[in-house]
Design a binder for this molecule. Structure first.
Ligand code: AMP
Length: 215
């Protein structure tokens, strides 16, 4: 399947994307993960992105489009992809549309994970992420804690709080979402691709998406 996952930070895009990859082998493409790996590696992209990310602001569109154009040409994307955290602005959505036209691809749907703000805030402050860049399993200290010593069940690396999950950065990320990303809901509605999902249960959400895409 070829879908865009929309929703505020903490809406569950990453968790749902991971469940969907198990369904049909579509690959999860998370611009946030790509950028965090670049910051960790200390490469050119990472150096350019680091400051924006730590402040909870968006990385400039041209940097993101360079990453995505290259990534979508990779052979594993031919099976399908789950875009997690991209597009994040109207110019990114328009550039993606043009890119699809150029390479002769079509989106199946844009899924909006509609989660109340109080749930989002609670999730972001309690979220822990495996620090191993090849794993990045997502935990929650309340509902899905890591091992008692704080390490990941899958790979044993420490599960940590992300640098942009301080209260201040979270507030900024939500403001950025409301200003820059939420207009995409209307954009995809006009494109006839919008599907709204209101469930808070990731397995239920994944099943709803599978049903919507099959239609
Ligand atoms: P995420 O893990 O998707 O919440 O992304 C973490 C951070 O990476 C965001 O707060 C942004 O600074 C940056 N980022 C991720 N995806 C994008 C994007 N599509 N456009 C601009 N910045 C992005």
């Amino acid at each position: 399947m070829r879908i865009v996952l929309l929703g505020a930070p903490g809406a569950g895009k990453g968790t749902v994307a991971k469940l969907l990859t198990e369904f049909d082998g579509s690959v999860q493409i998370s611009t946030g993960d790509i950028l965090r790996n670049a910051v960790k590696a200390g490469n050119e992209l990472g150096k350019k992105a680091k400051g924006y990310m730590e402040r909870g602001e968006l990385v400039p569109d041209d940097l993101i489009m360079d990453i995505m154009e290259a990534r979508m040409k990779d052979p594993d994307c031919q099976k399908g992809f789950l875009l997690d955290g991209f597009p994040r602005t109207i110019p990114q959505a328009e550039a993606l549309k043009k890119l699809f036209e150029k390479i002769g691809m079509k989106l199946d749907a844009a899924i909006n994970l509609d989660v109340p703000t109080d749930v989002i805030l609670d999730r972001l402050t309690t979220r822990r992420t495996c620090s191993n860049s090849d794993c990045q399993e997502i935990y929650n200290v309340k509902s899905k804690p890591p091992k008692a010593d704080g390490t990941c069940f899958k790979c044993g690396s420490p599960a940590v709080q992300r640098a942009d999950e301080t209260e201040e950065a979270i507030k900024q990320r939500l403001t950025t979402y409301n200003e820059k990303t939420s207009p995409l809901i209307d954009f995809y509605k006009k494109e006839g691709l919008l599907v709204i999902v209101k469930s808070l249960d990731s397995k239920e959400i994944a099943n709803e998406i599978i049903k919507a895409v099959k239609k």
